[in-house]
Ligand binder design. Structure first.
Ligand code: GLY
Length: 421
């Protein structure tokens, strides 16, 4: 099978690594890819949010199966264009991708499905939003309705922060994404990520993970795209997972089908868990990054069969072969991230890192020039490892991170602290 993966981050490097382990993959192209992906697959320049361009590229390269990594092409309807052209694609339609692309839409679906989530109101007028915040008080959560590259959610522990967030959002800080805001009740508990595959009928759980969104150790400082993750997440016990499936995910999927927009692809449910009861924080219509790196390390070659079964509507007959293992990924980021940071610094030591079925350094923001790897983004590398225990996975991941020679980078030293404590 000739496979095309759209995207160029750590998530897509991990997806490419898993797909290449499957003997059904004859040829793999990743667009745009990155310097790490270029070591294992062909990378192509392509505007991945232009459905017409992706269709033409896939036809010219005799692609049999397309895996869409990030949310932006999905929200832009790239999966729809590919399906209209008769191609097999892993990823939801633009209509179904609104589960991530519109916070208000998700809330309405949850209401209709009876799925537990935070109470909310939505606003198109800043004064009304501020009056609501003053009446409710803090802590409170302010969300830009649309896609904001992971930055559109402000968990405000005081009223002033919430009011400033409203000004920022309506002031255009997130472009069109902030033209409408959703204001939610603050939820207490521990957050974890639950990943399921869907084909419009069947929901198949494929793993749990916990991300570390704050930049600083002890979960302090600014929010980031994620500084490290591990899988499985102990807080998402079998009992909690069952409740999440029965009370949140399956009713959501049924409501989507009822509305004529059956969901196909991976669904990432961010859950808040308190006293064994899960509530939905948000849906994402793609794998989490860096959670995907830990999940792919655990799933390996079967990940491709599972994604293929989702695309072909065969999940009812699919099975996940679980190992009783653990995986961790540690993100190496450029100093200054998530604020401003320099690009172009040289990263050494990468060629000496292990590349095995239980240890890989996935690249995110890297390029290559004159035989050297250069940092080209905020989150740059993902030292990822698997082990019989989380401690073993951690030791292997940190041994890799420590071996990277990159003075301009940094990483948190406490990934997995909740589970290891
Ligand atoms: N790691 C969080 C996300 O992918 O949205």
């Amino acid at each position: 099978m000739n496979i095309l993966i759209l995207g160029g981050g750590g998530r897509e490097h991990a997806l490419a690594w898993a797909v290449l382990q499957n003997p059904k993959c004859d040829k793999l192209i990743v667009a745009p890819g990155n310097a790490g992906i270029a070591q294992i697959a062909d990378c192509a320049r392509l505007n991945i949010e232009d459905g017409g361009a992706v269709v033409t590229f896939a036809e010219e390269n005799a692609i049999d199966f397309i895996i869409v990594g990030p949310e932006a092409p999905l929200a832009a309807g790239v999966a729809d264009r590919l399906r209209e052209a008769g191609m097999l694609v892993f990823g939801p339609s633009a209509a179904a991708a609104r589960l991530e692309a519109s916070k208000r839409f998700t809330k309405e679906i949850c209401d209709a499905a009876g799925a537990p989530t935070a109470g909310y109101r939505h606003f198109t007028d800043p004064d009304a939003a501020k009056a609501y915040i003053r009446a409710q008080g803090a802590p409170i959560v302010v969300k830009a309705d649309g896609l904001a590259a992971g930055k559109g959610v402000i968990v405000a522990m005081d009223e002033a922060t919430a009011l400033a967030a409203v000004d920022d959002m309506f002031g255009g800080a997130f472009g069109g994404a902030g033209a409408e805001v959703v204001i939610e009740d603050f939820m207490q508990g521990e957050e974890a990520s639950f990943f399921v595959l869907c084909d419009g009928e069947t929901v198949l759980p494929i793993g749990t993970a916990q991300d570390h969104k704050r930049v600083g150790e002890g979960d302090t400082g600014l929010n980031t795209g994620g500084m490290g993750a591990y899988s499985p997440a102990p807080v998402l016990t079998d009992a909690v997972a069952r409740r999440a499936l029965d009370e949140i995910i399956r009713p959501t999927m049924a409501e989507m089908t009822r509305r004529g927009m059956p969901y196909q692809g991976v669904l990432y449910a961010g859950l808040m868990i308190q006293d064994g009861a899960p509530r939905l924080v948000e849906y994402n219509v793609r794998f989490g990054d860096p959670e995907c790196q830990a999940l792919m390390m655990r799933l390996g070659a079967q990940a491709m069969d599972l994604m293929h079964a989702s695309a072909e509507g065969r999940l009812a007959e699919a099975q996940v072969n679980w190992s009783d293992d653990h995986a961790m990924t540690v993100v190496l980021a450029a100093k200054g991230y998530p604020g401003s940071y320099a690009t172009g610094s040289v990263i050494g030591g990468l060629d000496a890192l292990p590349e095995t079925s239980f240890a890989m350094c996935f690249h995110a923001g890297t390029t290559r020039a004159e035989g050297r790897f250069l940092a080209s983004g905020g989150r740059v590398l993902n030292a990822t490892a698997r082990g019989a225990t989380l401690q073993e996975a951690r030791d292997r991941a940190y041994a890799m991170a420590d071996a990277v020679d990159w003075p301009e980078g940094f990483y948190r030293r406490d990934i997995g602290w909740r589970a290891l404590e």
